[in-house]
Design a protein around this ligand. Structure first.
Ligand code: SF4
Length: 392
C-alpha cells in the first residue's frame, strides 16, 4: 500500500531553513546532520527544486524528503527589464499581496534588492511602499526564495555556473528589523559557504532605526548596516520617518556606535533622500555635519548616500534639483564626510528605490493589479523561467 504524500503546504519548505535548521530537520527524519550540507548545496548552489535531481543522495533519503518536504519558490507574476540592465520581478505572496525584487548590474558587482515584508508599517512619507500600509511579514523561505530564484535565473540567462549576485541589500519592501525572526536565518543562508557564500560586507540590512533590533543584529548576525536617516533633526525626522518618535536621533546614533563595534565595515551608511525644499537646504547640511561629527564623544563613523527622490503622486513631495543635490554633497564632502549621490537605476520600469510598489494607491489596487498580472502571465514572459512557482 502506498501512502499519499502530504499536501505541499503541510510539508516543510526547505527554503525556510538555514544550514543549522536543515540539520535539525534531517535529524527528525532519522538522518545524519551532514546530509543537510549536501541538501543545502543542492538547493542553494545548484538551484535544485526537486529531490529527483539530487542524484548523490540515497534513494531512501530522497523518498523520505518527497514525503516530508518541498522546495517551494514564489509565484512569479511579472518580469520587467530596464534599458540599463536592471531587472525587476514581481512575486505573488498570496492574499492579494505582491513583493518585488530588483537586480542591479554594475561593472564590478551584481546587487539584488530583496523585500522583507508585504507592505510596511513604518509609513515613511517619501516611500511608496509606506503609503500602501502593512500586510504581513514574509517567511524566511519567501525572503530566501527571491535570491534563490534570481541567482539561478541569472546564471541560466548568462550561461554561467559562476555566481552572478555578489551583493544583497535588504532595501526592498518592508522594514527588515520588524521581521527579525525570519530575517536572521535568511541572512545566515546568504552568508553560508554552502549556501550563497556572500561576505558580511556584501550583505546590507537597511533600517529606518529599530534600535533594539539593531543591538540584537549586532550579536546574532552582524552584516553591513544602512540607516535611513533622511533628516538632520528630530522635528523634521518625526515628520518624514514616524518611527523617529519612538527612537529619536540621539538613541539611533548611540545604537549605530554600538553596532559599529561588531560591524564588518568600520562605517554606517546613512541614506538621505533629497526632498525639494524639505531637507535639502544648506542649514540641513550643516545640521547633518554637526550631528554625525559631534554626536556623543566621537561622532559616528559614517558615509552619506544622497538619494534622488522618486516622486509619486500621493506623497506631495518633489525631487530636489540636481544642482542642489550636488551643492549639498559638496558641503558634506568639504566637511570631511564621505558622500555619494546614488545613481537612479531602472527609472523606466519604476524599479528605483521607493518605487517598489509602483503606482499602487492602496491594498485594493494591489489586488487588482495582481489579478491583471495573472492574466498577463498566461502569456509567457520572454526570458523568464517556464515554471509558475518561480523555480529557477
Ligand atoms: S522607507 Fe523602508 S521603512 Fe520607510 S516605509 Fe518605506 S519600506 Fe518602510
Amino acid at each position: 500500500m502506498t501512502t499519499a504524500s502530504p499536501e505541499p503546504s503541510r510539508r516543510a519548505n526547505l527554503l525556510d531553513f538555514d544550514l543549522e535548521g536543515l540539520a535539525a530537520f534531517c535529524e527528525t527524519l532519522g538522518e545524519k546532520r551532514f546530509r543537510a550540507t549536501q541538501l543545502f548545496r543542492w538547493i542553494h548552489q545548484r538551484g535544485a527544486s526537486g529531490f529527483d535531481q539530487m542524484t548523490d543522495l540515497a534513494k531512501s533519503l530522497r523518498g523520505k524528503l518527497q514525503g516530508a518536504a518541498c522546495i517551494q519558490g514564489l509565484s512569479l507574476l511579472t518580469q520587467q527589464e530596464s534599458s540599463d540592465g536592471t531587472i525587476k520581478w514581481l512575486f505573488d505572496v498570496g492574499g492579494g499581496n505582491a513583493v518585488e525584487s530588483v537586480f542591479i548590474p554594475e561593472d564590478d558587482r551584481g546587487t539584488l534588492c530583496v523585500s522583507s515584508q508585504a507592505g510596511c508599517a513604518v509609513g515613511c512619507r517619501f516611500c511608496s511602499t509606506g503609503h500602501q500600509g502593512f500586510a504581513r511579514n514574509l517567511s524566511t523561505a519567501e525572503i530566501v526564495a527571491q535570491l534563490w530564484f534570481a541567482e539561478h535565473f541569472l546564471r541560466k540567462r548568462f550561461n554561467t555556473s559562476d555566481r552572478v549576485i555578489s551583493n544583497v541589500v535588504m532595501m526592498g519592501m518592508g522594514e527588515p528589523l520588524q521581521n527579525y525572526s525570519a530575517l536572521v536565518p535568511a541572512l545566515r543562508t546568504m552568508l553560508d559557504d554552502h549556501g550563497y557564500g556572500l561576505s558580511r560586507r556584501r550583505v546590507t540590512v537597511s533600517t529606518s532605526g529599530v534600535v533594539p533590533m539593531m543591538d540584537r543584529l549586532a550579536q546574532d548576525c552582524p552584516v553591513a548596516l544602512a540607516v535611513s536617516l533622511h533628516a538632520p533633526n528630530d522635528v523634521l525626522r518625526d515628520n518624514l520617518v514616524p518611527l523617529n518618535r519612538k527612537y529619536p536621533l540621539a538613541e539611533l546614533l548611540d545604537a549605530c556606535n554600538r553596532y559599529l563595534e561588531f560591524a564588518p565595515r568600520d562605517f554606517i551608511t546613512f541614506e538621505y533622500c533629497m526632498l525639494d525644499g524639505v531637507n535639502d537646504q544648506p542649514e540641513h547640511a550643516d545640521q547633518l555635519i554637526t550631528l554625525v561629527r559631534h554626536h556623543g564623544a566621537r561622532g559616528v563613523s559614517c558615509k552619506l548616500n544622497l538619494i534622488p527622490f522618486n516622486p509619486f503622486p500621493q506623497s506631495g513631495l518633489t525631487r530636489s534639483p540636481h544642482n542642489r543635490v550636488l551643492a549639498f554633497a559638496k558641503r558634506l564632502s568639504d566637511a570631511g564626510i564621505v558622500t555619494t549621490v546614488r545613481k537612479t537605476r531602472g527609472d523606466d520600469i519604476d524599479a528605483a528605490c521607493g518605487q517598489l510598489a509602483g503606482d499602487v494607491r492602496d491594498r485594493t489596487r494591489v489586488g487588482e493589479r495582481i489579478a491583471q498580472q495573472r492574466t498577463i502571465m498566461l502569456k509567457p514572459v520572454p526570458g523568464a523561467p517556464a515554471t509558475k512557482e518561480g523555480n529557477p
